[in-house]
Design a protein around this ligand. Structure first.
Ligand code: UD1
Ligand code: CA
Length: 509
């Protein structure tokens, strides 16, 4: 499955969308130590391809090097840090989507030993292995071979800094083409607490050098303008400078940041542009992951409302970065959207629903308390009511499954009505089988449809029917035994029981 950036609302956050939607398992999975995320990131069309009207010059070919070799110890996780998800998408996936949205190519992700899961997750993008973690400069050098003879610009980003927007990267590219054609553009920011960040030493509007906090003088430490770590550089200047970077510093590491001073010494101009602090937060711990999640959720909620979606209680609705919503949609409280959900115009999702890998067509009514699992496709004006689970099943227009049902591996025809408590028995312990319910069929309450089975168009099943054989169109299937009715039985039964209890000396009712 390939993923595209769909829109960049509010600060240019990237939104993803699965190209094949409803009946496939979403490529992105939630973080769990035993699973690995699979998926690839495709290159979407250029953001604004009309230089004739925009006056923009054609951007320099840009490659991206994404650093991900850090061990992520503070996450205390068997899963590599950059595969932890924010809004349903692994951190590294956010960065990949942003760089590919700007047509950066090739893209090389630098990984550490034992990070095969990351390599798999980012494929078909290349990875370069940094066997020893000798610093950010050393990490970038490991990507050189994978970049082959690439001669354009190189953007360096961190996989654990997932929110740098396309707009901010564009700003860096614009600065590269700006006054003096600086060879190196660093993305700076002014954090509340500069703490351990590298400080940007500016002079006459140009970047002189970057000094790491540990190596800084008190005067330098007083500088508030800090290095986010994101850098855009002319590849030739970058490789020349990196070849000269040493490790005689407080950490004994090969610092990428030394590239600035070295490039200047070689006669090149360097500069810095400022980015928003909330785009530049790095994620090092589960607590920071939660902060990142909250930031992105708030942006996704705001974007949804901005685009014409009513959220009854925004703070309780959780989206995935790839959730695709039309207009005039209503979403009730406490609803969670897992990866791969598309909702069309005019659908109503009442509260307390859990939805993933599903398509909801216009005018459909879902919930409250509905669970839509991967492959659920809810047709126009169809209804899915409370305590109903739908998996890998399509409901055609106007079909209704309103109460307490499980519909899995099935197709429900237009305007069919599935009675309360109906279960598709789709699994025999070995295989999953399909249930077909024809258009306009009426399934009696508490029916069990033992798959594979077909109920024809316009057919009916009686309440409590166990349907093992196909039911022809317009027929009625019944198999419950005939009802016996005993007049007065209940009253006599109660009398007898009460008498027994009284005899034992128990308290009456
Ligand atoms: C780095 C910058 C600092 C900046 C800060 C922003 C340097 C020398 N310092 O510091 O100026 O303010 O980021 O967050 O660049 N990584 C590797 N291999 C390595 C070392 C790091 O892949 O050998 C990756 C890490 O996975 C991480 C990123 O590079 O994604 C930054 O590494 P980190 O050690 O956190 O750098 P800082 O010391 O915080
Ligand atoms: Ca760091």
């Amino acid at each position: 499955m390939t993923w595209k950036v769909l829109a960049k609302p509010l600060g240019g956050d990237t939104f993803f969308m699965a190209e094949e939607q409803s009946r496939s398992i979403p490529a992105f999975i939630r973080p769990a130590p035993h699973v690995i995320f699979r998926g690839s990131f495709s290159t979407p069309p250029p953001p604004d391809p009309d230089p004739m009207t925009s006056g923009a010059s054609f951007p320099t070919p840009t490659a991206a090097v994404i650093l991900a070799a850090g061990s992520g110890t503070r996450m205390k996780s068997a899963l590599p840090k950059v595969l932890h998800c924010v809004a349903g998408v692994p951190m590294v996936g956010h960065v990949l989507a942003t760089v590919t949205s700007l047509e950066m190519d090739p893209v090389v992700v630098v990984i550490g030993p034992g990070m095969e899961a990351v390599a798999k997750a980012v494929a078909p993008h290349e990875t370069a292995l940094q066997s020893d973690r000798l610093g950010t400069g050393h990490a970038v050098m490991q990507a050189k071979a994978a970049l082959g003879g690439f001669t354009g610009d190189v953007l360096i980003a961190y996989a654990d800094t997932p929110f740098v927007s396309a707009a901010t990267m564009e700003k860096m590219r614009a600065a590269r083409r700006g006054p003096g054609n600086p060879a190196v553009v660093v993305l700076g920011f002014t954090p509340e607490d500069p703490a351990a960040y590298g400080r940007l030493v500016m002079k006459d509007g140009k970047l002189e050098r970057i000094v790491e906090a540990k190596d800084a003088t008190p005067d330098e430490r007083a500088i508030g303008f800090c290095n986010s770590g994101i850098m855009l550089a002319d590849s030739k200047v970058l490789w020349q400078a990196l070849a000269k970077v040493g490790n005689a510093n407080a950490k004994g590491e090969y610092y990428l940041t030394d590239v600035v001073g070295l490039a200047r010494a070689a006669g090149h101009i360097c500069t810095a542009v400022e980015g928003a602090a909330d785009e530049l937060m790095g994620v090092n711990s589960r607590a920071e992951l939660a902060v990142a999640e909250a930031i992105l959720q708030n942006k996704l909620r705001a974007a949804a409302m901005e685009n014409g979606v009513t959220l009854r209680d925004p703070a309780t609705v959780y989206f995935s970065a790839d959730t695709k919503l039309g207009k005039d949609i209503e979403i009730g409280p406490f609803t969670v959207f897992g990866p791969g959900v598309t909702v069309d115009d005019g659908a109503v999702i009442k509260g307390f629903c859990h939805i993933e890998g599903a398509h909801i067509a216009g005018g459909a009514l879902v919930g409250p308390y509905a669970r839509l699992r991967p492959g659920a496709s809810i047709g126009a004006d169809a209804h899915v009511g409370n305590f109903v689970e739908i998996k890998n099943a399509a409901l055609d227009a106007g079909a209704k499954v309103n109460h307490l049902s499980y519909i899995g591996d099935a197709h429900v025809g237009a305007k069919a009505n599935v009675g309360a408590g109906t279960i598709t028995a789709n699994y025999d312990g070995f295989n999953k089988s399909h249930t077909e319910i024809g258009a306009g069929a009426s399934i009696g309450s508490n029916s069990v449809l033992v798959a594979p089975v077909k109920v024809g168009a316009g057919a009916m099943t009686g309440a409590g029917a166990v349907v093992r054989n196909d039911v022809p169109a317009d027929a009625l299937a019944l198999n419950s035994s005939r009802q016996e009715t005993k007049d007065g039985f209940a009253a006599a039964y109660r009398q007898r029981k009460q008498a027994e209890k009284a005899k034992k000396g128990g308290k009456g009712t």
